[in-house]
Unconditional design. Structure first.
Length: 306
């Protein structure tokens, strides 16, 4: 079955077009990525701006054309944190339906966590007993999911993400000492009652913060999915990259070829979340995955159609 899955995130919109006949066998035809920042200002205003909506509509229209050109039998579209929080989300969903012909499903935090887990582990599962913990640092929220094989055991979504933290606290570049202290306290408070057991599990990290750090750690001149996927980031490297980036201005961060302009202003917040979570759960390293929610959406659609 040829399926297109569109993931409308707070910061990015991603689309996967893939042939899929088995959960462990995906043949990727297209894997698209664009920074639309749909969630700009949502943490404060609780509303999507007309500018952000218009940007998003343009990208969604283009994605639909690509999916149709690739012969997708089904196109599934999901929205996450920004749409969960926005008071005018129903208006957005109706506009996308009427203007583009796509039906947007707004995922609950736990649903997002489960689908992201399925996508992230899809190329690692060898046995139903293989244990995994998947960390997904998004723009508006962060999800932590534990499971065995393709079976989720526990999942949790936290209302803390790179865009949300940047807009709420880390407003300057570089951030002030006071802002860094406030951010650290907020992250630790959010994750203070965590019950994440990584003793026997493979820890996998997905989404833009992780893939950007992998590209930075590898000093890639251009993004290489084959090299980024499976790259191991150690706690020491994450800490050193955070210390380096948190001292830079936005212009200096944008000068890194591995960091896209649309991610430069939020990368410090994303790395901060990663660093604090790794330290809180006692992890010494994390494996980067270039898969995530869109892959899980494809697998769910395969199951529905089988």
């Amino acid at each position: 079955m040829r399926i297109a899955a569109i993931d409308i995130g707070t910061n990015t919109i991603l689309m996967l077009v893939a042939d899929c006949t088995d959960p462990t066998q995906l043949r990727v035809l297209r894997d698209e990525h664009v920074i639309a920042r749909l969630g700009k200002g949502v943490d404060d205003s609780k509303r999507l701006t007309s500018e952000a909506v218009n940007r998003t509509l343009q990208y969604l229209s283009g994605y639909k054309l690509i999916a149709e050109k690739e012969g997708a039998e089904r196109i599934v579209t999901c929205g996450t944190s920004a749409l969960r929080d926005a008071e005018n989300r129903d208006e957005f969903v109706a506009t996308v339906r009427d203007q583009i012909g796509l039906e947007v499903e707004i995922l609950k935090g736990n649903e997002e966590a489960e689908l992201t887990y399925l996508g992230a582990v899809s190329n690692y599962v060898k046995s139903p007993k293989d244990a995994f913990v998947v960390l997904d640092i998004g723009g508006g929220s962060t999800e932590v999911t534990q499971g065995e094989g393709f079976k989720v055991r526990s999942r949790r979504s936290f209302d803390i993400g790179s865009v949300r933290l940047t807009e709420r606290i880390l407003r300057t570049s570089p951030p002030t000492i006071e802002a860094l202290h406030a951010t650290k306290s907020l992250i630790q408070k959010e994750f203070s009652d965590h019950e994440i057991d990584i003793a026997q599990a493979k820890l996998i990290g997905v989404a833009g913060t992780l893939t950007t750090l992998a590209a930075l750690d590898l000093q890639l001149a251009s993004f290489d999915r084959e090299k980024v996927g499976g790259h191991v980031l150690t706690l020491d490297r994450v800490r050193s990259m955070f210390e380096e980036l948190s001292r830079k201005t936005r212009a200096e961060i944008e000068a890194y070829p591995q960091i896209l302009p649309g991610r430069a202003d939020i990368i410090v917040a994303g790395v901060f979340i990663l660093l604090e979570v790794l330290q809180l759960i006692g992890a010494k390293a994390i494996t980067v995955s270039d898969r995530g929610l869109r892959y899980g959406m494809v697998l769910r659609e395969l199951e529905r159609g089988s």
